[in-house]
Design a protein around this ligand. Structure first.
Ligand code: SAM
Ligand code: SF4
Length: 333
């Protein structure tokens, strides 16, 4: 039982999910996320320490946060990440720890991550093709990613999911090969619509390849997709299974079908800014409180204020929509 009152916003949404960015650095340069060159990373002393991240997670858990997801930047570039996972897994009330990764460094780390207490993995896999991987991420390395996925499967995580970005004119050709790969490896696959969070401002509504369009492409190849039962209404994906054969496929459609009304997520950036939405234009500075000796109650008050200011929806489709100043790698996807 949480020892503090739940984190409820002004629309009655109870927050149980925290995404923690452990770094803004990354070993590749996906064009839909990072700038190609001259990336400005935060100096290391600005990044939250493991002790600060653990304290923040503990206070959040006392307010009902049950699920943590570590992300970045690329979380596996942070040294000794397993030590953080071990500490987080000992917090009362945390019942699920997941991580999102590009898998370039996963081969070496998968087993240790599992042993440290990591339960679930989301692996970003946009293509199986080396040249397409280079075009999207401006680096080589699909072979490492595929070896990382194999190592993760050997390590026996509770769940491994593949996430693929959906961008019109670029990723249509990847849909069928990715679905076949997922089916062959008994992995769940989810497609995520391109969001206005790229550093180079290339996003436009026309570049969004919608979940519905991908579904049509998949059905032409594999036959009808049947809706899967939704066990958790706050999870953002619409899940389906293939009528002929076992695999599952999901669509995260933040642009064409926003799911804000059930959102239960909060975020903390690598340097300790708390955000109530990916698209929030306001932030709350938890690092400042932690580094100036403030009490748990003062951090609790900051979290409540942040949650109270959460808007009903992100409003991407509204004429007043303002793109956040930060790109995805600076927030934590
Ligand atoms: N580096 C890790 C990775 O790529 O999995 C974790 C961080 S990354 C920011 C988390 C997820 O955000 C990835 O699956 C990536 O594809 C997704 N992402 C990044 N930029 C995006 C954008 N503009 N629109 C939609 N998804 C995006
Ligand atoms: Fe790095 Fe992930 Fe952003 Fe790609 S999406 S540049 S892997 S942080």
């Amino acid at each position: 039982m949480p020892s503090r009152a739940p984190l409820t916003d002004s629309f009655g949404r109870i927050h149980t999910n925290l995404r923690m960015s452990v770094t803004d650095r990354c070993n590749i340069r996906c064009f839909y996320c990072m700038p190609e060159e001259n990336v400005e990373f935060k100096p290391r002393h600005e990044i939250l320490t493991f002790e600060e991240l653990t304290r923040f997670a503990r206070i959040s858990a006392e307010m009902g946060i049950e699920k943590l997801r570590l992300t970045g930047g690329e979380p596996l570039v942070r040294n000794n990440l397993c030590d953080l996972i071990s500490a987080l897994s000992q917090i009362d009330g945390i019942r699920d720890i997941a991580l999102t990764t590009n898998a370039v460094l996963l081969e070496d780390q998968a087993r240790r991550l599992k042993e440290a207490g990591l339960q679930r993995l989301n692996i970003s896999l946009d293509t199986l093709n080396d040249d397409t991987f280079f075009r999207l991420s401006r680096r080589r390395g699909i072979d490492k990613v595929l070896r990382g996925i194999a190592a993760a499967q050997e390590a026996n995580f509770q769940k491994i999911r593949l996430n693929a970005i959906a961008i019109r004119g670029l990723t249509e050709t990847e849909i069928i090969p990715l679905a076949r790969f997922a089916l062959e490896h008994s992995l769940e696959l989810r497609f995520i619509e391109f969001m206005p969070l790229d550093a180079d401002d290339n996003w436009g509504a026309k570049a969004v390849l919608t979940g519905d369009e991908i579904r049509t492409i998949l059905e032409e190849e594999f036959g009808e997709l049947m809706t899967s039962e939704r066990s958790d209404p706050s999870q953002p994906a619409l899940d389906f299974h293939f009528k002929h054969g076992g695999g599952k496929v999901g669509f995260i459609n933040p642009v064409s079908e926003p799911f804000c009304s059930d959102c239960n997520r909060l975020r903390i950036t690598a340097e300790g800014k708390v955000r109530n939405c990916l698209f929030s234009t306001e932030e709350w500075d938890a690092r400042e409180l932690m580094r100036t000796g403030k009490s748990d109650e003062q951090i609790e008050a900051l979290l409540r204020d942040c949650v109270q200011h959460k808007k009903l929806s992100h409003g991407i489709d509204s004429p007043e929509f303002q793109k956040p100043e930060r790109a995805m790698y600076q927030i934590g996807g």
